[in-house]
Design a protein around this ligand. Structure first.
Ligand SMILES: [Zn+2]
Length: 277
């Protein structure tokens, strides 16, 4: 973990320090290693218990019993396990950037260096490059990171996919030390875990504190903003975020619930229970 609160003075300490730079607590390094060990154990437990209903193109999905039959991936793009954050993408880009400092308008693929010089997916001329507009309201498959990296059986979720997830699943936040996870539990008892992966960009990254997951639909108010699923320490919902930021992506499968399958195909799923030990 990149930062952790000091148990003696409460200040947030960044990086690998053996001694707290604020109060001089000499046991900080040891304390941090202990916390990391606990966190890894809790993450391993969550990873091991994530239900899966099948897979497509080598990536697992879970059936949450949604009315549309939509199947959500159990991992983020670039992640090896449900609790891994995976890779971060600016919206409409299909490759991650070198590091967090690059997620600015100067390096964003679909603009001319500023938030109001957008060159694709822009329905208002005051945000377009020299007044550019188009009629695109959602990502084309060529600009969808899920299609590009996971293949034709996957896509980024739409605004409607996210709305359905929020309306038909119970959302709760699991606290793992200071690293939160948003859990969506469906009517069939299956659930999806969205770790609070934060974002990459020039402001507070929020890693561990909140989740931001891109959707494929652009925002309704300004084309420099795009919809995403968000979570914080208390709840979850939809918000919009600057397109230039690096956010995580949780794809959905283009297949829907197989008609030959029922929820009895995934028996024995136990409630996850408290993770306090
Ligand atoms: Zn301290």
């Amino acid at each position: 973990m990149y930062y952790l609160g000091c148990p003696e003075c409460g200040e947030t300490v960044f990086g690998d320090k053996e001694v707290c730079p604020y109060c001089g607590f000499a046991g900080f390094g040891e304390y941090k290693r202990q916390k990391e060990h606990e966190l890894n154990n809790l993450q391993d437990k969550l990873n091991a218990r994530q239900p899966a209903s099948g897979e497509a193109g080598g990536h697992a999905y879970v059936d949450l019993g949604l009315p549309s039959g939509t199947l959500w991936a159990t991992c983020n793009i670039g992640a090896k396990a449900p609790m891994d954050y995976g890779k971060y993408f600016a919206w409409g880009e299909t490759a991650p950037k070198k590091d967090w400092t690059c997620y600015n308008w100067e390096n964003y693929k679909y603009c001319n260096g500023t938030h109001n010089s957008i060159t694709k997916y822009c329905d208002r001329k005051q945000y377009g490059n020299k007044g550019f507009t188009d009629k695109l309201k959602a990502l084309e498959p060529a600009d969808d990171a899920a299609v590009a990296l996971w293949g034709d059986e996957w896509r980024m979720p739409t605004y409607n996919d996210a709305t359905e997830l929020l309306q038909h699943c119970k959302c709760d936040i699991i606290r793992l030390n200071d690293f939160d996870v948003c859990r969506f539990t469906g009517s069939n008892g299956n659930y999806l875990l969205l770790p609070a992966a934060g974002h990459l960009g020039p402001i507070d990254d929020g890693i561990g504190k909140y989740g931001r997951y891109w959707l494929s639909s652009i925002g309704t108010s300004q084309p420099d903003y795009v919809w995403c699923i968000f979570s914080n320490s208390e709840n979850c919902g939809l918000t919009d975020e600057h397109r230039r930021y690096g956010l995580t992506i949780r794809p959905v499968c283009v297949r829907t619930r197989p008609t030959s399958r029922t929820n009895q195909d995934t028996p024995g799923l136990k409630p996850i229970g408290p993770l306090t030990e």
